[in-house]
Write a protein that binds this ligand. Structure first.
Ligand code: C2E
Ligand code: MG
Ligand code: MG
Ligand code: MG
Length: 279
C-alpha cells in the first residue's frame, strides 16, 4: 500500500492516477455526457420467494455502456460519483428510467413486479429531493407500491433529521425500504428497530460460505431470527448453489437473489423471465 511505502512513493502513486484518463475532473464530464447521451442502462435481477419459488420482485442495477471502454460495472464508477456528488443525478436518472420501464410494461400488459433501486445517502440529504421523486411517479403514473428503495446503514449512521424525515415521508406514501448489504459494516441493530425497514438484505460476503463455514451459518441464522423478531423480511444476496439455498430455507429466509436463479438481466431477457411462468 502507498502509505506503507512512504512519502516519495505516494507522489509517484498520485502521478499515475493523474495519467489515468477516467478519473477526477474528466470523469465528471464523462458522467454528465453519459447521462445526456443515454450511455447508462439498467439491468434487472430477479428476487425469488423461498416458499413459492416464484419471482416476487427485482433489483435495478445500473450499467454503463462506455463508448471507449465497453461495459463498465457500478463498482468502478459509483464510488467516484459518490465523491463528486453526481450520484444524485445518476440516482434520479435510474428512478425515472425504472418508472418509465414499469409504465411501459403496464401499457403492454406485461405482469410487473415491484422494483428495488439502490439510493445513495447523498440523495436523501438533498433538499426537496422527495418532491422530485414524487414528481417522477406522477409523470409516469407508477404506484409507489411498485418501488422499493435499498439503502445502506451508512445513510442512517449520519443520523440526520432530514434523512429520517425523508424516509418516514416516503414510507407513508407507500414506498418500501430495505437495508442493503447487512452484515458488512457496523452492526446497527438499534437502527433496525428505529427505522422499521420492510426488508433486510444479507450481503453476499456473509452468504457465500454458509455451506462451508458454520460460523457464517450461525451469524446468518441469528440475523434472520433477529429480523423476524422485529417483523422484517430477509433477503439473502448472491446465492449461487443449491446447498446455500437449502440452508437458507431451513433458516426460514424469506427471499433469495443470486446467480443460482438468475444474473442481472437486460430488459428483454427480464421480460421473457417474467413471462416464462417463473413469475
Ligand atoms: P448491491 O446493491 O448489493 O447489488 C448486488 C450486487 O451483487 C450486484 O452487483 C449483483 O450483480 C451482484 N450479484 C447478485 N447475485 C450474485 C451472485 O450470485 N454472485 C455474485 N458474484 N454476484 C452477485 P453490481 O450490479 O455490480 O452492483 C454492485 C453495487 O453497485 C450494488 O451492490 C450497489 O451497491 C451499487 N449499485 C448498482 N446499481 C446502482 C444504482 O443504480 N445506484 C446506486 N447508488 N448504486 C448502485
Ligand atoms: Mg442493492
Ligand atoms: Mg446488497
Ligand atoms: Mg452488496
Amino acid at each position: 500500500r502507498a502509505k506503507d511505502l512512504g512519502k516519495d512513493n505516494y507522489v509517484i502513486y498520485s502521478q499515475s492516477i493523474m495519467k489515468c484518463p477516467n478519473k477526477s475532473t474528466f470523469f465528471d464530464k464523462d458522467v454528465r455526457r453519459a447521462l445526456t447521451n443515454n450511455e447508462f442502462r439498467v439491468d434487472f435481477q430477479p428476487r425469488i420467494d423461498v416458499k413459492t419459488n416464484k419471482m416476487v420482485s427485482a433489483e435495478a442495477l445500473i450499467r454503463w455502456e462506455h463508448p471507449e471502454r465497453g461495459l463498465v460495472l457500478p463498482g468502478e464508477f459509483i464510488p467516484f460519483a459518490e465523491e463528486s456528488g453526481l450520484i444524485v443525478d445518476i440516482g434520479d436518472w435510474v428512478i425515472r428510467y425504472v418508472c418509465e420501464q414499469i409504465r411501459h410494461w403496464q401499457v403492454q400488459s406485461i405482469p410487473v413486479v415491484p422494483v428495488s433501486i439502490n439510493i445513495s445517502p447523498k440523495s436523501f440529504l438533498k433538499r426537496n429531493w422527495s418532491i422530485g421523486v414524487m414528481q417522477i411517479l406522477q409523470d409516469t403514473g407508477v404506484s409507489p407500491n411498485l418501488l422499493e428503495f435499498e439503502i445502506t446503514e451508512r445513510i442512517i449512521m449520519q443520523n440526520e433529521k432530514i434523512v429520517y424525515d425523508s424516509i418516514k415521508d416516503f414510507k407513508e406514501r407507500g414506498i418500501t425500504f430495505s437495508l442493503d448489504d447487512f452484515g458488512t459494516g457496523y452492526a446497527s441493530i438499534t437502527y433496525l428497530k428505529q427505522f422499521q425497514f420492510e426488508y433486510v438484505k444479507i450481503d453476499r460476503s456473509l452468504i457465500q460460505n454458509i455451506h462451508l463455514d458454520s460460523q457464517d451459518a450461525a451469524l446468518t441464522k441469528a440475523i434472520i431470527e433477529l429480523a423476524h423478531g422485529l417483523r422484517m423480511k430477509v433477503v439473502a444476496e448472491g446465492i449461487e448453489t443449491v446447498e446455500q439455498f437449502q440452508i437458507l430455507q431451513s433458516f426460514q429466509c424469506d427471499e433469495v437473489q443470486g446467480y443460482l436463479y438468475s444474473k442481472p438481466l437486460k430488459t428483454e431477457q427480464f421480460e421473457s423471465f417474467m413471462s416464462k411462468g417463473i413469475h
